[in-house]
Design a protein around this ligand. Structure first.
Ligand SMILES: Cc1cc2nc3c(=O)[nH]c(=O)nc-3n(C[C@H](O)[C@H](O)[C@H](O)COP(=O)(O)OP(=O)(O)OC[C@H]3O[C@@H](n4cnc5c(N)ncnc54)[C@H](O)[C@@H]3O)c2cc1C
Length: 463
C-alpha cells in the first residue's frame, strides 16, 4: 500500500497558510525530513491532528511510509513483507537499535496471509514454550495500537470454544486451569451461561454433536489484519527501515557456510544478517539457499465472508469435534467471517477448491443454522506453512548468518507481535531466547513435545 500526497506540497501549504512549520512538526502534524530525504518523524495520529486537519482541509496527512530504492547492502535483510517480517524489522530497530534494515517483499504489503486471515487472536496454549510465547503475544496486542500509533482495531470480544462431551469438558478444564496458573485468563461456561451469552447457536436435542458447554478466553478476540500490517510498516519506516515492495528474492548466494547476498528482481542486495519470514513460500527460499528440505508442507486455507447483517455474534466462536472444524466472528461492517480446515493437499496456489467450501458451509449451518439464509460475498485462500508438530520455527539455520521464521500453521496472525519480537531478539543476539529455545529444527531429533494438538507428525492434521 502506498500513501498519497507529497510532503513538500504539504509544507508549502502550511507556509502559505501562515502556520508555523516548526510548531506543526513539534506536535507531529507534519512529517519531518532531513538531508538526503531521510525520514526523521512521521505524522502522528492524535486527536489534535484530526482536529487540525479537519480545520485545514485534510492536507496534513503525508504518505504512510517511503518507497525507497534498495541500497547495495544492509546490516539486516528480512525477506517477506507479511506481519512477521514487518514486526521483526520494527523490533530490530526499536528494541535492538539496529539502524540499517530492509524488508524485501515480492508483491505488496499484506498481499500474503497477512491480509487473508480470519484475524483471531488468542493465547489458549498449554505446553511450556508455547503458552509463554502466545501470552507474550497477547500482551503485545493489548498495547499495539498505542505502541505503533496506529489503530489496529484489537477487539477483546472473547474466544468461545464449544464443548460437546464430558471428556472434552475435562480436557478443557486441564488446559484452561494451566493457563490460569501460568498467568493467563480462561474460564468454563456451563450450558445456561453459554446460552445467555451466545443465544443463536443450535442447542436443539437432535444435533449431531449436542453442545454441553464452552471454554472461554475473554481477553482473546480479533483485530483488523490490514491495519496491523500498515501499522508495523509505518512504525518501522519511521525508525528508518527500508520497506521495498515489488522485490522478489530469486536466488541466494553463499560463500561456504555464510550467505553473502540475495539475488532479487531489483538487483543484488547484500546483507550481514538475513532472516526468512515468507510463510507458505519458506521451502522455496530454503531450496534457493541450497539447504535441501524442511519439515514444512505448504497447504491452502480458505476463508469466507457473508453479506453484512445486524449484530448477531459478539464473540469468536469455535466448533471442532469429530472431524468438523469451524470458527466464526462478525466483522465491524457486519459480515460473518469464517473458515474451517485446510484443503488437505499441498499447493502454492492462493486459490481454494469446492469440497472444502461445502464442508465449511455444512459446519456453518449445523452450528448456526440462521447462516443458511445469508449470501456469501467473497472467499479466498492463503498458503499455509504447516509443520510436522503444528509448532513454529524461530531459529538459527545451518548457515551462520541466516535465520528462520516459519511453520505458523493456522495461527500466525495472533503470533505476529511475539514472532517479530523473538525473531528480532534472535537476529540481534545470535542466540535463541530461552522461551523459543525448543522451537528449532533439531527438536524432532531430541524428541521435544510441543505438539499442542497432539495430532502427531502429519502437517495437515494440525489445524
Ligand atoms: C484463510 C486464512 C485464515 C487464517 N486465520 C487465522 C486466524 O484467525 N488467526 C491466526 O492467528 N492466524 C490465521 N491465519 C494464519 C496467518 O495468517 C499466517 O500464519 C500469518 O499471516 C503468516 O505470517 P505472515 O503474515 O508473515 O505471512 P505472509 O503475509 O504470507 O507473508 C509472507 C510474505 O513473503 C512474501 N514472499 C514470499 N516469497 C518471497 C520471495 N521470494 N521474495 C520476497 N518476498 C516473498 C510473500 O509475498 C508474503 O507477502 C490464517 C491464514 C489464512 C490463509
Amino acid at each position: 500500500m502506498r500513501g498519497g500526497g507529497r510532503v513538500g506540497s504539504k509544507k508549502a501549504f502550511l507556509t502559505r497558510s501562515g502556520l508555523d512549520r516548526r510548531a506543526m512538526t513539534a506536535i507531529g502534524f507534519i512529517d519531518e525530513w532531513g538531508p538526503d530525504n531521510v525520514h526523521i518523524a512521521m505524522t502522528r495520529f492524535s486527536g489534535w491532528n484530526v482536529l487540525l486537519n479537519g480545520l485545514t482541509g485534510q492536507r496534513g496527512w503525508g504518505r504512510q511510509w517511503r518507497d525507497p530504492e534498495p541500497k547495495d547492502g544492509y546490516d539486516a535483510v528480512i525477506v517477506g513483507g507479511g506481519l512477521h517480517g514487518l514486526a521483526t524489522a520494527y523490533y530490530l530497530a526499536k528494541n535492538h537499535g539496529v539502524k540499517n534494515i530492509a524488508v524485501l517483499e515480492k508483491g505488496w504489503l499484506g498481499g500474503g496471509n497477512a491480509g487473508r486471515n480470519t484475524t483471531i487472536v488468542r493465547s489458549n496454549y498449554m505446553l511450556p514454550g508455547n503458552r509463554e510465547f502466545y501470552e507474550h503475544s497477547l500482551k503485545l496486542w493489548e498495547e499495539l495500537s498505542h505502541d505503533l500509533n496506529y489503530n489496529v482495531m484489537f477487539s477483546q470480544r472473547s474466544h468461545v470454544s464449544l464443548l460437546h462431551s464430558p471428556a472434552a469438558v475435562d480436557a478443557a478444564a486441564r488446559r484452561y486451569n494451566t493457563m490460569r496458573l501460568t498467568g493467563s485468563d480462561g474460564e468454563l461456561w456451563q450450558l445456561d451461561e453459554l446460552k445467555k451469552n451466545v443465544p443463536h447457536l443450535n442447542y436443539g436435542p437432535d444435533t449431531r454433536f449436542p453442545i454441553c458447554g464452552a471454554a472461554v478466553q475473554r481477553r482473546a478476540g480479533t483485530a483488523r489484519h490490514d491495519a496491523v500490517a500498515w501499522g508495523y510498516a509505518r512504525a518501522a519506516d519511521g525508525r528508518g527501515v527500508d520497506i521495498i515492495q515489488n522485490c522478489e528474492v530469486t536466488g541466494v548466494t553463499r560463500d561456504g557456510g555464510k550467505v553473502t547476498g540475495l539475488e532479487t528482481s531489483r538487483g543484488t542486495i547484500r546483507g550481514k544478517k538475513i532472516g526468512f519470514a515468507v510463510a507458505g513460500n519458506t521451502s522455496r527460499l530454503w531450496t534457493m539457499a541450497g539447504l535441501g528440505t524442511l519439515p514444512i508442507e505448504s497447504h491452502k486455507l480458505q476463508a469466507f465472508v457473508t453479506e453484512p447483517v445486524k449484530p448477531l455474534l459478539d464473540q469468536v466462536v469455535v466448533f471442532g469435534v469429530g472431524g468438523a472444524h469451524f470458527y466464526i466472528s462478525q466483522s465491524d461492517k457486519g459480515g460473518m467471517v469464517f473458515g474451517g480446515d485446510i484443503d488437505w493437499y499441498k499447493s502454492y496456489a492462493q486459490r481454494g477448491n469446492l469440497p472444502m467450501i461445502q464442508d465449511v458451509a455444512e459446519c456453518a449451518t449445523s452450528v448456526l443454522p440462521c447462516l443458511g439464509r445469508l449470501r456469501l460475498l467473497r472467499h479466498w485462500s492463503g498458503v499455509m506453512d504447516m509443520s510436522m508438530d503444528g509448532s513454529f520455527f524461530i531459529c538459527k539455520t545451518p548457515l551462520d548468518n541466516l535465520y528462520l521464521n516459519a511453520g505458523w500453521n493456522y495461527g500466525g496472525f495472533k503470533a505476529s507481535p511475539a514472532s517479530g519480537w523473538y525473531f528480532a531478539d534472535l537476529i540481534a543476539n545470535d542466540r535463541p531466547h530461552r522461551i523459543i529455545a525448543e522451537h528449532d529444527l533439531g527438536r524432532f531429533e531430541r524428541g521435544v513435545n510441543i505438539d499442542e494438538r497432539g495430532a502427531g507428525p502429519d502437517p495437515k492434521l494440525h489445524g
